[in-house]
Design a protein around this ligand. Sequence first.
Ligand code: PDD
Length: 290
Amino acid sequence: MSGQPIVWLNGGFVPLAEACVPVLDRGFLLGDGVYEVIPAYGGRLFRLEAHLRRLEHSLEATRIPFPFTPREWRELLEELIGRNGGSDLSIYLQVTRGAAAHRDHAFPEGVEPTVFAMATPIRPLPRRWLEEGISAVVLDDIRWERCDIKSISLLANVLLRQQALDADAQEAILVRDGQATEGAASNLFMVIDATVITPPKGHLLLPGITRDLVLELAEEGGMAVAERPIEARELATADEIWVTSSTRRVLAVTRLDGRPVGEGRPGPLWTRIHAAYAAHVGRLRTEEPS
Ligand code: PDD
């Protein structure tokens, strides 16, 4: 791509530097909005329907009107990809409740949601993360109780991720009432006795799109799979720990709180899942456009 990124804002495509929202936008003042991060590989949107279903869930839960039909979203996002040179892009889209005339917690009347979408090149993951795995720390989950909503109010996630980085770790694994739920910006998997385990969906974690794919790939690969709560103390006995997200795909956590996980390097099931994931993305790249 040459030139400036082109973004979508409230009904039109504009160069990034020209995209402005009013300071009274409730996303800016109150964090009153929701978002999605959708990868595109070879210009093809990854699991768009699932991302849009989750967006609809977030919008319904926050009572923000759904601005587009799924078909309109697809057209908009495909055009955004085209205008930004196709290939491997991460789509960020955000819908806020809009800009009202005054700052007030109560929902304003007659305000249109603000819709913003941008596409940025997907950067390759550091080779070291794939070869050696990443470090994580276990932290108390200080977030609210609707973690199933992909809310732009991310202050707790931001603080938790930074606390991990400050401890020379790449992710925080969050614990609430003795149970490990997910990462600061990822879902959590653990392997014990060759069974791939991840906590069930619910209001204390985000229903990750990558999580679902990893579960599918594990089952297709003949692995034993269980969706059940993970006790925080079980993490110390795990043979493997993985975290998943649209941006980080599936990464092995090989050090937890400074101690090795299993043998301290990416485990055999991670190696298989990672290869299956790469093959899946490879197929998406060469698929006929829908
Ligand atoms: N975050 N849990 C949390 C708290 C997350 O923020 C994310 C992703 C996930 C994984 O969901 P998915 O597989 O659908 O990306 C789980 C995105 C990438 C972000 O905030 O940038």
